[in-house]
Design a protein around this ligand. Structure first.
Ligand code: WT7
Length: 652
């Protein structure tokens, strides 16, 4: 970015007050901000006491060697005990922990007592395979209960897990096994994807032929699809049902130091080798648990929580496994895609289980908008009381659609900003406190210090933009990049001295609320103005004919960069309609000002997305600049790029 701060273009005036009944009985009220402000560390020490410790910590934060933090360092606890056993001991063994819904429609109901038995058996099984505290276990599974059980079993015996998303290739898996030096891999024969079994085990077999994976002693295989043709290596491979099912149902959890490693999770990143983000035990669980309680206002005795992420992403770690289960929640675990076998599948699940809190991503919301309002309208969604969003900036129009068509114009929408690195939610409205603004994550949570700075690290005044930074350590912060302290320093702590650089552009509005503007690499420089791709995309999506938009800056001799937009039209709009592109350009100019008017607008049928649903602007930039495409291997569907190219008018 240049010295000039981000152009502050978007004016969003809609406001939504918290519902009175929700505000009156909210888990967390405005007082929490005051308490945390008066004594930040005291506030976090109090949140740590929401957990059950074998040895209560007397220390809160050790920041004597920044940026290497230690939280609650003299405390000891077991994460699995906190997520499972203590609820059973509190008489809640019969409460449903997981309502599992498989893609083919098979279901399983798992209570906390069931979960305790399953996790105990799996912990014994891992021990039998020789896994000891500190050994790394790679988990490459579909969204089935065994994924949750495996994670908790690892946590129970102090073996850090490293989940690899089931959609990743053998190569990606091999790199991650190698970097973490994993000793065991837990996988399945396959999972179900769009009505068909999709194999996983062959990718493990292939990964284990690569150099650097020799230390994998055992592969534990869940039978999910029963499909044929999955190779078998005697002496290394073992069926879950053979090994786990014969283990004792009782297992005594051992307490670990608060700073014992809990998991490594790789962020794909756009460049360089994946970074193994390391999270530890006490601080991570404290913040995952508190934020789930605060941001979703969870009432464990009556709510049904559903986070639609995959457990292979951090969202699944913190808001399917550790946050909800530490709070004794009842939740939905769904294996499949939102449109299989039909585009109403999610809404059918909400209706079936009476989901009260739904947490999903903007990409899914925009897909639902595109499929049409009539689809969710066919289902009874009246159980819903809170909606959440995460993963990308949410366009105001998508936010309003979500609230209106899913939340009956009644439920608060919480737009939660955080990262794999932050471990838990950092910036978000509180549903019983904050008057929400569509498109803004708004305020740092109690106990969190975030702001926006300019190139010289000075905090920008209200109404200005710059870079998002975190100015104080937080309990669930990454502790380092696995095996690479220097990269940890360089990536996050060297851009602005003493501050954590998140890599996101952001602005503060006139009230001081924070708006996220996308990754810093995605900010465009047009005639000396920094313009956010997010804002131009949101302006396009606010036009009734546009469902989704991706904006990039293409090198331009006159203006440094020129704005180039790829748009997906809504169901009934016609890409050939005369004057459509002019109409959209004029609409953006009216919304944001003439400086933000796209030079080119190209209607397309699909956009390239990563497997976690983020638009890959880098590839669109290649197209806009008539270059050969870069690496497409992390795309969900690489044929999308061929499709886009075939639809383009001859280079203008
Ligand atoms: C990046 C982190 C956090 C779980 C999923 C993503 C973007 C995330 C928001 C939001 C605007 C957001 C940021 C961030 N992001 N949430 N509410 N508003 N942007 O985890 O893969 O580590 O990605 O996602 O760019 O830096 P991740």
């Amino acid at each position: 970015m240049s010295n000039e701060s981000l152009a502050n273009l978007l004016k969003e005036e809609r406001r939504f007050a918290p519902p009175a009944d929700l505000a009156a009985s909210a888990n967390v009220t405005a007082e929490a901000y005051e308490q945390a402000k008066a004594d930040r560390l005291g506030f976090w020490a109090a949140q740590a006491r929401r957990l059950s410790w074998e040895t209560e910590p007397t220390e809160t934060l050790d920041w004597s060697n920044p940026p290497f933090a230690k939280w609650f360092a003299d405390g000891k606890l077991n994460v699995a005990y906190n997520c499972v056993d203590r609820h059973v001991e509190n008489g809640l063994g019969d409460r449903v922990a997981l309502h599992f819904e498989g893609e083919p429609g098979d279901t399983r109901t798992i209570t906390y007592a069931d979960l305790q038995r399953e996790v105990s058996k799996a912990a014994h099984a891992l021990t039998e395979l020789g896994v000891k505290a500190g050994d790394r276990v790679a988990i490459y599974l579909p969204m089935i209960p065994e994924a949750v059980v495996s994670m908790l079993a690892c946590a129970r015996i102090g073996a850090p897990h490293s989940l690899v998303f089931g959609g990743f290739s053998a190569d990606a898996l091999a790199t991650r096994i190698n970097d973490a030096d994993a000793r065991v891999v837990i996988t399945a024969d396959g999972g179900y994807r769009r009505g068909k079994p999709s194999a996983l085990k062959p990718a493990v077999d292939e990964a284990l032929t690569r150099p650097g994976t020799e230390n994998v002693r055992s592969v534990l295989v869940v039978r999910r699809t029963g499909q044929d043709g999955i190779g078998w290596t005697e002496g290394r491979d073992v069926w879950w049902h053979d090994l786990v099912d014969r283990q004792p149902e009782q297992h005594t959890p051992q307490a670990f130091d608060a700073e014992h490693p809990l998991f490594i999770l790789y962020t794909s990143g756009t460049t360089g080798k994946p970074k193994g983000i390391l999270h530890t035990t006490g601080g991570y669980l404290t913040q995952a648990s508190y934020t789930h309680h605060a941001v979703f206002d969870l009432k464990p005795e009556s709510d049904v929580f559903w986070c639609t992420a995959d457990v292979g992403w951090v969202t699944g770690h913190s808001y399917i496994v550790y946050g909800p289960l530490s709070n004794g929640a009842t939740e939905v675990l769904y294996e499949g895609t939102p449109d299989s076998p039909h585009q109403g599948r999610w809404w059918e699940i909400v209706q079936k289980y009476g989901v009260t809190i739904l947490y999903t991503a903007p990409t899914a919301i925009r897909a639902a908008m595109k499929w049409g309002d009539d689809i969710p309208a066919k289902f009874d969604l009246s159980s819903l009381r809170i909606l959440g969003s995460v993963g990308e900036p949410i366009n105001p129009e998508a936010w309003v659609w979500y609230r209106k068509h899913i939340g009956a114009d009644r439920t608060p929408v919480v737009d939660t900003w955080w990262q794999t690195e932050t471990g838990s939610i950092m910036i978000s409205p509180l549903p019983g406190v904050t008057e929400t603004k569509p498109g803004s994550a708004q305020v740092p949570l109690p106990g969190i210090a975030a702001t926006v700075v300019d190139d010289e690290a000075h905090e920008v005044p209200d109404g200005h933009g710059g870079y998002l930074v975190l100015t104080e350590p937080w309990p669930s912060m990454l502790r380092t990049i696995w095996g690479d302290d220097q990269r940890y320093l360089d990536t996050y702590w060297s851009r602005f001295e003493g501050k954590y650089f998140a890599g996101d552009g952001a602005k503060k509005d006139d009230d001081g609320d924070i708006w996220l503007l996308g990754r810093v690499d995605d900010v465009m420089l047009v005639s000396g103005h920094n313009i956010s791709t997010t804002e131009v995309e949101s302006a396009l999506v606010s036009h009734p004919k546009v469902a989704e938009a991706a904006v990039v800056g293409a090198t331009d001799p006159q203006t440094t960069q020129a704005i180039c937009a790829f748009v997906i039209l809504r169901g009934d709009a016609d890409a050939q309609e005369e004057g459509l592109v002019e109409e959209l350009r004029a609409h953006v100019a009216k919304q944001l000002g003439p400086i933000a008017k796209p030079k080119r607008i190209l209607p397309v049928a699909e956009l390239p997305k990563t497997r976690s649903g983020k638009i890959m602007r880098r590839l669109l930039r290649d197209i806009a600049e008539n270059r050969t495409l870069g690496d497409v291997t992390t795309l969900t569907d690489s044929s999308v790029m061929d499709l886009i190219q075939s639809q383009l008018p001859a280079a203008s």
